[in-house]
Design a protein around this ligand. Structure first.
Ligand code: NAD
Length: 419
């Protein structure tokens, strides 16, 4: 099974990572067969009326990988690049992510093939409402709970919650997470992914005897995960030397002010052409001199072709699937610590879990309590994975996958095979 840059397939990569861990765990072939495949794959083709009056048919997916540890959970992505294999990979990673941090969920993911940048808010609302209706046969507050991902946000979650509630005839806030506060969202959810990335990176830095104060950080992607990570790492005393979005990157070895960069992006549509910084390519942002690299955009960006040029000592994966197994081996060999996605970005699903619990109980917590509980879960997750890595003398990805897969296999085994 080969995954080069031009034929990159996230699902093949997810299975390749799974097989490495399953082999090391000596998992039975029967169990491997169960866990390699998603439990359910739903594809939907549905018409949406555009503002021009034209009716365009869109394709969307919802995949549930495994639900043996609890209801399925995972984000919804809107992008022209969405494929069924990408959604399958992301659903599988969600299963391992929830298991590695000990959240009682299984894994799911959804996506719609569309280009939201070319659509009006009204068109996006109609697309969201129809897609929600199409997948409502498998989502629900006790079965499968969506959340935001690339190009979806709290407004999209509000439309999903409203559509699902209209069908029920009453408000069902627990059907999605990442909602606005006014309709049952949680304090801390917006910053949760980046906050979790900061917590585990702090843990990793202290393990390497490195201080975050003054550490140089480069970030690929300037959305919910990357943009907020820039602000939080900056507040922690790090120097943000480079950031990027789809159109390109910017670099300044003296450091960038994330709030000013954000304003620039909001005004100009991109981080590029920022005054007092040099424009660089999307690829170069991964290769600039830095101590910590935060990929926070998309899959398959650190590969065998560029891993050697990564200069960071820590790679903290805010994005899902940014590093291929071949690149993992190269980075491990040169002493770079990769904090794997299923651990590094688990802060998002952790606070989503808090939101769901609060919605089900109709009892809401303050931000201090949420941040404290999040920190406890992220630190516990990091320490468990680091202990596993020390025990097996392996990298953190293999350790995290082994820990997660053994927990899901145990749940699967103990529940037994129906009928
Ligand atoms: P977003 O839509 O808010 O932002 C994505 C950013 O990445 C944008 O700045 C975009 O310009 C940039 N980008 C997209 N494709 C790119 C490419 N090919 N090269 C360079 N930049 C590119 O999305 P997000 O929610 O921040 O998600 C980013 C990553 O983080 C994804 O992998 C997602 O699965 C992961 N993640 C997000 C959350 C969350 O809570 N939002 C939680 C866990 C993981």
């Amino acid at each position: 099974m080969h995954n080069d840059v031009n034929t990159f397939n996230p699902y093949l990569m997810a299975v390749q990572q799974f097989d490495l861990a399953a082999e090391k765990l000596k998992l039975s072939e029967d169990m491997r067969e169960i866990l390699r495949l998603p439990k359910r794959e739903l594809a939907v083709n549905f018409p949406v009326r555009l503002d021009s009056g034209r009716i365009k048919t869109f394709t969307g997916y919802r995949v549930q990988h495994n639900v043996n540890r609890g209801p399925a959970k995972g984000g919804i992505r809107y992008s022209p690049e969405v494929t069924l294999d990408e959604v399958k990979a992301l659903a599988m990673w969600m299963t391992w992510k929830c298991a590695v941090v000990g959240i009682p969920y299984g894994g799911a993911k959804g996506g719609v093939i569309c280009d939201p940048k070319t659509m009006t808010p009204a068109e996006l609302e109609r697309l969201t409402r129809r897609y929600t209706t199409e997948i409502s046969i498998i989502i629900g507050p006790h079965s499968d709970i969506p959340a935001p991902d690339v190009n979806t946000n709290s407004q999209v979650m509000a439309w999903m919650m409203d559509t699902y509630s209209m069908h029920g005839g009453f408000s069902i806030p627990a059907v999605v997470t990442g909602k606005p506060l006014s309709i049952g969202g949680s304090e801390g959810r917006n910053d949760a992914t980046a906050t979790g990335v900061l917590f585990v990176t702090r843990r990793a830095a202290s393990r390497m005897g490195m201080s975050l104060k003054g550490a140089r950080v480069s970030i690929q992607g300037y959305g919910n995960a990357g943009g907020i990570a820039a602000r939080l790492f900056h507040n922690e005393g790090c120097k943000i030397v480079a950031v990027s979005d789809t159109r390109g990157g910017i670099y300044n070895e003296a450091g960038l002010d994330p709030a000013v960069v954000l304003r620039h992006k909001q005004e100009r549509g991109s981080v590029i052409d920022f005054p007092h910084a040099q424009n660089i390519s999307v690829q170069q942002v991964l290769e600039v001199p830095c101590d910590i690299l935060v990929p926070a955009a998309t899959e398959g960006v650190i590969t065998a072709a560029n891993a050697d040029r990564v200069q960071a000592r820590i790679v903290s994966e805010a994005a899902n699937g940014p590093t291929t197994p071949e690149a993992d081996a190269i980075l491990f060999k040169k002493g770079c610590m990769v904090i794997p996605d299923i651990l590094a970005n688990a802060g998002g699903v952790t606070v989503s879990y808090f939101e769901w619990v609060q919605d089900l109980q109709s009892f809401f917590w303050g931000v201090e309590e949420i941040t404290k509980k999040l920190e406890m879960i992220m630190n516990r997750g990091f320490d468990a994975v680091a202990a596993e890595a020390d025990h097996f003398g392996c990298d953190l990805r293999l350790a995290a996958n082994m820990l997660a897969i053994s927990r899901v296999a145990e749940a699967t085994q103990i529940r037994g095979i129906y009928p």
